[in-house]
Ligand binder design. Structure first.
Ligand code: ADP
Ligand code: MG
Length: 714
């Protein structure tokens, strides 16, 4: 589609010269026309007589609307009348809407009455564009009309969006079925809505001065779409551009930071209890093999390492400097780090933006930019990179190597990550504190983890994204190669933004994060435990080779809970082929149930478990296995755990490696059984039917969006 952007720019320039931030109905019409947005014929009347003569010249019924910048919701003010036919009705409608508008807001300045052709009855949807402080230009689609705020059924995309993206948006809303016609209504023109949505997204992306567009409603019928209420708001303030290094620059700096050959500790200390002491000890106890240089103005030696008065005195190259000095001294040392060509400053100290000291933080950021030093933090516990034996932190050392990289914005969550990892024996590649994110943020980390051969899964705790667009761009790329799990905290605080359009108001909540994260292929979780369990589980589970999930259980109750969880997490329970059904029946008592779930019943000995598990592992039509074990005396938890671990191991030796997730319910012995299974790389969870299914669901979600499996579920 070709659009007349020049014409829109001219319209906007005129509004700017008249110091207006809202377009008139005529201007909005011109903009709509330039972007091929279908609108009804319209004319402005300044008197009842004028209105009457317009209506007389028209064949179809007309809609009357008061034009006023001071009235946002015209219906609420009684300032819309539909179905106006004939001169008398026109005069009445004119006087009616004007007097209603005046009584609803006596100070409102009224610029006339819009006489608009009435659209055919249809389904009212909303299409809009808005400017989000985190994600920039967004396009929205949802069920619309005057109920839009109540329904809140809307979804977003980064603008510009393609017509294909827009088609997906139509499927994303809860009321999507409404588009296909319900209760005798015909299906609406999905293609027309998608094209219109793509046009709006292009418009708001092409013309940044447009801050908000509201087409509410767009009336959609079987034959087309018509935007009957067009509201366009402007903002002429220049957006602040956030400096962003290139991918190569990020990679070069991040590689030196995460895998340094030499580390300086600024403010290293021999004194027990000081941060500069803990950091030194953790680096040494963590087994760091590179050069380690304590920096201290007077000390000769700290923990057996020769001390330097300044980084400039250090004889070799240095890759990172870990800061353990008070906030007010940081900026001046950054300059020295720059002179020394140090790639990254790890800023442990607090006392910056988090307590309102924005200026102090800005000073540090400016020094870092000027001297080309990347900053991690401030206000962090530091970071770990296990494959380089690096514990650059004042917390406890953690050295269990593995494929999971984690980051957190808060220190407490960082501690939880370490505690969980230790307790669940989760091997990690990196744990990174991002704190105030004065510079390095999630997109820098993702850029590094994308290329890091030691990282297979990334999990991030995020409170706010500094640059949602940059994140979305990098996450979209990385999530095709490695699963990216995000815990977005602060979901409930977002609704406070006062907005002057429907789209703006709807965008002021968590839905934008939700939509953009989904669009970026990110697996979003809503609890800290989910983040940690998904991270661990995604790394353990092999990729499924197809959609067929089988539940095998020793208790009907477990089967029901597991089936429900499968529905919740979009997993497809395999329909049982007759021969497979018969094969299972061979092993289970006559009162047991084959089908899916396969219920082997409670009183069965270990041999029944072994036989059915073997069968499930070896049948190629089954792509993933969920086991629901319930504690019995005849097959106690540890016996089950051992036979299962054995079965999985034998299968793996034969080259069969399908996802297996287990729920173990019973007395406390199931905890030990789960630990045993997890030690044998079989995912198992005590006292829950939901967790194993949720983790398997996440694995499927990733496999779909990374296009390893074709059809997305649901
Ligand atoms: P507001 O959103 O300020 O209340 P609208 O212009 O959206 O005012 O009109 C309110 C409602 O009136 C719409 O949701 C729609 O149902 C109906 N309406 C408005 N204009 C038309 C039109 N041209 N054709 C058909 N229905 C219309
Ligand atoms: Mg409206």
């Amino acid at each position: 589609m070709t659009f007349d952007t020049q014409h829109v720019r001219a319209v906007i320039e005129r509004a700017k010269s008249e110091e207006r931030t809202m377009l008139t109905p005529d201007e909005a019409l011109a903009v709509a026309n330039a972007y091929q947005i279908p609108v009804p014929a319209q004319q402005i009347a300044n008197s009842a007589e004028e209105a009457a003569s317009i209506v007389e010249s028209r064949e179809r019924p007309q809609v009357f609307k008061v034009i006023s910048n001071d009235i946002v919701h015209k219906t609420d003010a009684g300032a819309v009348v539909t179905g106006v036919v004939g001169a008398d009705a026109a005069r009445d409608a004119y006087d009616g809407v004007v007097s209603n508008a005046k009584s609803s807001n006596p100070d409102a300045s009224i610029e006339g009455v819009l006489v608009q052709e009435q659209a055919e009855a249809g389904l009212e949807v909303i299409v809009g564009g808005t400017t989000d402080p985190v994600f920039g230009k967004l396009v929205a689609f949802g069920l619309g009309g005057i109920m839009v705020e109540v329904l809140q059924d809307v979804t977003f995309r980064l603008a510009p969006a393609t017509t294909e993206d827009a088609r997906e948006m139509l499927d994303e809303i809860s009321g999507s079925e409404m588009l296909d016609g319900v209760r005798g209504m015909p299906a609406v023109d999905r293609g027309g809505i998608a094209r219109l949505t793509a046009s709006v997204s292009q418009l708001i992306a092409d013309v940044p001065q447009i801050s908000e567009i509201d087409l509410n409603p767009v009336i959609a019928t079987a034959d087309g779409v018509c935007a009957v209420d067009v509201r366009i708001l402007l903002d002429f303030e220049e957006p602040v551009q956030r400096p962003r290094p290139s991918q190569e620059e990020i990679l070069a700096a991040m590689s030196r930071i995460m895998r340094p050959s030499a580390v300086a500790v600024i403010g290293a200390s021999a004194e027990e209890g000081k941060i500069g002491n803990s950091v030194m000890k953790n680096l040494i106890d963590g087994g760091y093999q590179g050069h380690l240089y304590p920096v201290h103005p007077r000390a000769e030696e700290i923990l057996g390492k020769k001390c330097y008065a300044s980084v400039l005195d250090i004889p070799t190259e240095v890759d990172i400097a870990i800061f353990c000095i008070p906030a007010r001294f940081v900026a001046s040392v950054i300059a020295e780090c720059g002179e020394k060509n140090i790639a990254g400053a790890i800023l442990i100290p607090s006392g910056f933006a988090e307590i309102g000291e924005h200026e102090l933080q800005n000073e540090v950021v400016e020094a870092a930019r000027k001297h080309n030093v990347r900053l991690m933090g401030p206000n962090i516990y530091g970071f770990y990179y296990t494959h380089h034996d690096l514990c650059a932190t004042f917390c406890t050392p953690y050295t269990e190597r593995g494929p999971v990289a984690l980051s957190s914005q808060s220190g407490g969550v960082g501690m939880a990550i370490i505690g969980f990892s230790r307790s669940a024996k989760m091997g990690v590649s990196a744990i990174v504190g991002l704190g105030n994110k004065a510079d390095i943020d999630e997109d820098d980390l993702l850029t590094f983890f994308e290329e890091d051969p030691n990282t297979q899964v990334v999990a991030m705790h995020v409170e706010d994204l500094k640059d949602g667009r940059a994140f979305a761009e990098v996450a979209s790329r990385v999530s095709k190669k490695k699963p990216v799990v995000v815990l977005k905290a602060g979901r409930t605080q977002q609704g406070a933004r006062a907005a002057s359009s429907h789209t703006g108001a709807l965008a002021g909540n968590d839905r934008v994060y939700d939509a953009v994260l989904r669009q970026s292929g990110v697996i979003r979780v809503h609890s800290l435990n989910d983040m940690l369990e998904y991270a661990r589980g995604l790394a353990v589970l092999p990729d499924p080779k197809g959609e067929n999930v089988l539940i095998l259980t020793g208790a009907g109750g477990s089967g029901v809970l597991l089936s429900d969880a499968c529905v919740d997490h979009g997993l497809k329970l395999m329909g049982m082929p007759e021969d497979l059904d018969a094969a299972f029946r061979e092993f289970i008592p006559p009162f047991g149930a084959a089908g899916n779930p396969v219920d082997i019943t409670g009183g069965e000995p270990p041999s029944t478990y072994s036989a059915t598990i073997d069968l499930a592992l070896h049948d190629e039509r089954i792509h993933a296995l969920i086991l629901g074990y319930w504690h019995t005396i005849i097959t106690p938890p540890m016996v089950f755990a051992e036979l299962l671990a054995d079965a999985v191991e034998r299968a793996r030796e034969e080259g069969i490696d399908k996802p297996v997730a287990c729920s173990l319910v019973g007395d406390v012995e199931v905890e030990e059984a789960c630990e045993f299974l997890n030690d044998h790389q079989v995912l198992a969870y005590p006292y829950t039917a939901e967790k194993p299914v949720a983790v398997l669901g996440a694995k499927y979600q990733w496999s779909h969006q990374a296009r390893m499996l074709d059809s997305p579920i649901g």
